[in-house]
Every structure is written in structure tokens, then in C-alpha cells.
Write a protein of this length. Structure first.
Length: 359
């Protein structure tokens, strides 16, 4: 048993360790991010003295095992949030819009993994490796927002670049996996791929991805705005500015859905205020928390979703200073969107709150 796991077990048992450990609720516990949250809480030993698993009435009654103990999933309509000190919300924006105010009114601190509160001025938008100072005190709203799955790895890299050279602007193309829509997205990718391999006569009706994602790429994620950009693309601009505290940061993005089960990738072009040396850039990126530069030794090395798999690191490769502009460079990043882009960031927020004693 690791020290962190032992601490969590001790806290649950009421023995030595952080006192008191928080009472934790996971809303959306049976979804892709919810199950990843449970996995990470077990792996990382987040201390808790009570754990509540909450979901829609369709999933209520299911029994899940966490830390060797069985927990029955409770229907959100019947759950009393006064029982929880902190609640992870990962059941969709409409659920958060309805139930988060009820949870915070009951005194629960909410870590929300939807768009519902990200731009709320009273709710900090937090990536612990970038702006953990936002967690020194609890927000007035009672809500701490978890950023978009593609924003999180991007701002973690931009922080180091901004601190060393200053960022003039960034151009980003994302290659986002089907798991961005949870289990339903992954299931549809598998079903549509099987249908496509059966030939033109196979019947398949896309539900989440229009057109079908099988052997295809779709340059549209979320709804179109009047500007011609999509909401997903606007999220990355607005969220990056808020997290980094750079209200005039210039980030422009094209977000693309690709036929990959899990792990988002991004091609990132960054222009700085000063000339950038490749060796120093690799050193700066590699020194950032939980970042690995795959081509640090071999410029031909690069990460891919299939190789990275379920990882708690941001993987970087294809680091290139542009030949025509020494202040600009390209890089390629890959990160597990269910972990780094959602559940892991949320758990790390909770860990910071526990460490600071603000829960």
C-alpha cells in the first residue's frame, strides 16, 4: 500500500491522517469521466471519510466497488447534498445548471466539469499546474470550474513559454477523440467502423457524429457560432485567457473530431516576443510538471494516442523552430482527455484544496 493510499484508508477509517477528511460525492459516477474519477481517487489515494456515487435515475441502484467497498449509486433527484463537503460534477451541462446551485446552497463545494460555470467571474477556472493560487480560498460561488479537455494541456505548455519568452499568439488545430462524448461516443465509433467495413449495404444511423466518424474526420465540435467558429473553438480562446490571466492572449483554433477512441492531440504554432532556441525550449517544456518531451533526444520521436494510452503526462513531440521566423515554433502534443483533460485535473483540484485545508 502506498503512503497516499494508506493515508486515504486511515482517513476513511477515522484514524491518523488529514482530519477531517472530506465527504465526497461523484455526480455522473457511471459515465466515462465519472468512472475515471473513481479510478484516480483509488490510485492517488484522495482522502475521504464518506463517498457517495450519484447519477441519473436510470443508473440508480447499480453497485460499484471503490477501495474494496461496495457503493450503491444514488439517484440525483433523491440525493441530499448536505451530506457532501465536495462534489465532482461530470454528468453534462444541463445537469450542472440544474443541480449545482442546489448543491452549493447546501454548503457543498462543487468541482464542475462542464461549460456551465467556466466563464462565471465568481467561479475560478483552474489548472493546478498553472493557477493553483486560485484555490487559496473557496470561491464566493462555491464552484470551481474544470476547463475544456483540449484547453488543459495547451495552457500547461503556454504557461512555461509565456514565462520565458512571452506569447504573441498561438494557432492550434485539435484532433479530438470520440471519448470526448463519453462512452456513447466511443461506442458509436466502434459501431460505425464495423458497419463501414461491412460495405455500402450495411445500415448504420449516426447519433452523435454527423457525418459518421468511421474512417473520417469532422472539422466541427459543438455548435457553430455567428463568427463561423464553433463553441469548442471559442472555449479554448476564452478559457486560455482566464486561466493564464492574459485577457488579450491571441489564440485561434480549429477543432476536429477524429476516429480515435481516446486521447486528444494538438498541433500548436506559437509565436513569441523573443527568439527561441530549440534546446532551451525543450528544457523549458520538459521541466514543466508532468510533461514529457518525447523528442528531447531524438527529433524524429513523437507521441501518438495509441502509444500514449492511459497516461497522466502531457506528451510533446515534433518541436521545431520555424525557419523563417526564429521567434516562432511548432509542437505536437498528446494527452489522455478523460484523465488529464477532465478527471485528473478535477482530482488534482481536490488534492490542492485538501492540502491547503480549504475543504
Amino acid at each position: 500500500m502506498t503512503t497516499a493510499t494508506a493515508t486515504a484508508a486511515s482517513a476513511r477509517a477515522g484514524g491518523p491522517g488529514p482530519s477531517p477528511a472530506p465527504r465526497v460525492a461523484i455526480v455522473g459516477a457511471t459515465g466515462a469521466v465519472g468512472t475515471t474519477l473513481i479510478e484516480l481517487i483509488e490510485q492517488r489515494g484522495l482522502p475521504y471519510r464518506e463517498l457517495y456515487l450519484v447519477a441519473s435515475s436510470r443508473s440508480a441502484g447499480r453497485v460499484l466497488t471503490v477501495g474494496g467497498e461496495e457503493y450503491e449509486v444514488q439517484a440525483i433527484e433523491e440525493f441530499d447534498f448536505a451530506q457532501a463537503d465536495v462534489a465532482f460534477f461530470s454528468a453534462g451541462t444541463s445537469v450542472s445548471e440544474k443541480w449545482v446551485p442546489i448543491a452549493t446552497a447546501a454548503g457543498t463545494v462543487v468541482i464542475d466539469n462542464t461549460i456551465a460555470f467556466r466563464m462565471d467571474p465568481d467561479s475560478p477556472l483552474v489548472v493546478p499546474q498553472v493557477n493553483a493560487h486560485e484555490l487559496d480560498r473557496l470561491p464566493k460561488s462555491g464552484v470551481i470550474a474544470n476547463p475544456n479537455c483540449s484547453t488543459i494541456p495547451l495552457v500547461r505548455l503556454l504557461r512555461g513559454v509565456e514565462d520565458r519568452w512571452g506569447v504573441r499568439h498561438a494557432v492550434v488545430s485539435t484532433y479530438q477523440a470520440a471519448s470526448g462524448l463519453g462512452y456513447s461516443g466511443m461506442d458509436e465509433l466502434h459501431e460505425s467502423s464495423r458497419a463501414a467495413l461491412q460495405g455500402a449495404g450495411a445500415e448504420f444511423e449516426p447519433r452523435n457524429f454527423q457525418p459518421s466518424l468511421a474512417f473520417n474526420v469532422i472539422p466541427k465540435i459543438d455548435r457553430f457560432l455567428d463568427s463561423g467558429f464553433t463553441l469548442e473553438e471559442q472555449k479554448m480562446l476564452q478559457e486560455s485567457r482566464k486561466i493564464l490571466g492574459l485577457p488579450h492572449l491571441d489564440v485561434t483554433t480549429t477543432c476536429v473530431r477524429v476516429p480515435v477512441a481516446n486521447c486528444h492531440s494538438e498541433a500548436v504554432y506559437i509565436e513569441c516576443h523573443e527568439p527561441v532556441d530549440r534546446a532551451e525550449l525543450i528544457e523549458v517544456l520538459g521541466s514543466l510538471p508532468e510533461v514529457v518531451v518525447d523528442d528531447a533526444q531524438d527529433p524524429k520521436a513523437f507521441p501518438t494516442p495509441a502509444v500514449v494510452g492511459s497516461s497522466d503526462l502531457v506528451h510533446v513531440g515534433r518541436v521545431r523552430i520555424t525557419q523563417s521566423n526564429p521567434r516562432a515554433f511548432w509542437l505536437w502534443l498528446v494527452a489522455d482527455n478523460l484523465r488529464i483533460g477532465a478527471a485528473l485535473n478535477a482530482v488534482q483540484i481536490a488534492e490542492e484544496l485538501v492540502e491547503r485545508g480549504t475543504l
